[in-house]
Design a protein around this ligand. Structure first.
Ligand code: HSE
Length: 322
């Protein structure tokens, strides 16, 4: 069996989910891939928190170099979140020739060129399936399986927290603040949920998507963005009276002059397939000139769905290693 040693940066919400899914499915992964994936070292300050599983204290380190300089570490998984120090750590890992898997949309959207160029320069791989759409395998679908298409538009629900809040407000008449707390407790929200509710998380994801779908680099600050913090019960009732639901949509489409894009709460007629995307589910609508209309749907947030994408990327890299 091929042994693959992983250096994990961050054992928080998603890091713990990744650890648990790897243990839960270890036998299945070994049987189907012939790979023995081991989390060998973990960069994490909080070594004592109760996570519901035991980690040998010898695995923890507070020195990132102990991971990047270790010849036995094959893959680095970055799950720290936030732009820094995550970007610097990923650049250092790639420079050291380690392939990197990340779920970090903020770091990627902010530093897409630097990170992809560092990977190209070192010949290591950079994979980021979990950064957009949680467990939905849309990055792999777009960059690999659909690469024979030219795309003209993207329309998506790309944030689980806000979709959860809007669904519970509309269907159960519950208050915004109360549902936000619930989404945080379920592990959907960012450490600072402002990024979710003000639309910045979606802008980061749309920025990444535009790079891979259109080959167009638009920084997240360049995307006109409005979140859901101002949406009231009355707005939702008015939408309902018109046969609509309110969804936080990410849109980008090709124009004669380039690409137009925005993130904003939008009235969607209940007959639209995206209107049925409820709770923490996400969906991406894309139009390719060969495949035509396509919708990818699944859980966009939460430790286990995100871990599914993270480990899928790690396994894809591991298969290519000698
Ligand atoms: N906070 C994000 C969301 C996590 O709610 O969608 C997944 O990117």
């Amino acid at each position: 069996m091929k042994r693959i040693n992983i250096g994990l940066l961050g054992l928080g919400n998603i890091g713990s989910g990744t650890y648990k899914v790897l243990e839960l499915n270890r036998k299945h992964i070994e049987a189907t891939t012939g790979l023995d994936l081991r989390i060998a070292k973990i960069l994490e300050l909080d070594t004592t928190r109760e996570r519901g599983f035991a980690v040998g204290p010898e695995k923890f380190t507070q020195d990132p170099e102990a991971i990047f300089a270790d010849p036995d570490i094959d893959i680095v998984i970055e799950l720290l979140g936030g732009v820094e120090p995550a970007t610097s750590h990923m650049l250092a890992a790639l420079k050291a020739g380690k392939s990197v898997v990340t779920a970090n949309k903020a770091a990627l959207a902010e530093n897409y060129e630097a990170l992809t160029e560092a990977a190209k320069a070192s010949g290591a791989q950079l994979r980021f399936e979990a950064s957009v759409g949680g467990g939905i395998p849309l990055v792999g679908a777009i960059t690999e399986l659909l690469c024979a298409n030219e795309f003209t538009e993207i329309l998506g629900i790309l944030n689980g927290t806000t979709n959860y809040i809007l669904t519970k407000m509309a269907e159960e008449g519950r208050a915004y603040e109360e549902v936000l707390k619930e989404a945080q407790a379920l592990g959907f929200a960012e450490a600072d949920p402002t990024a979710d509710v003000e639309g910045h998380d979606v802008a980061n994801k749309l920025s990444i998507l535009m790079s891979i779908v259109f080959g167009t680099r638009v920084r997240p600050e360049g995307i006109p963005t409005r979140g859901i913090s101002q949406i009231t019960k009355k707005d939702i009732e008015e939408a309902e009276a018109e046969g609509c639901v309110i969804k936080l949509l990410a849109s980008a489409f090709k124009t004669a002059d380039g690409v137009e894009c925005f993130v904003q709460p939008t009235y969607l007629n209940k007959t639209h397939p995206l209107a049925d995307v409820r709770n923490e589910f996400n969906a991406l609508f894309i139009k390719g000139n060969a495949v035509d209309d396509l919708m990818l749907y699944g859980k966009g947030a939460g430790p286990f769905p995100t871990a599914s994408a993270v480990l899928g990327d790690a396994i894809a890299i591991a298969k290519t290693l000698p």
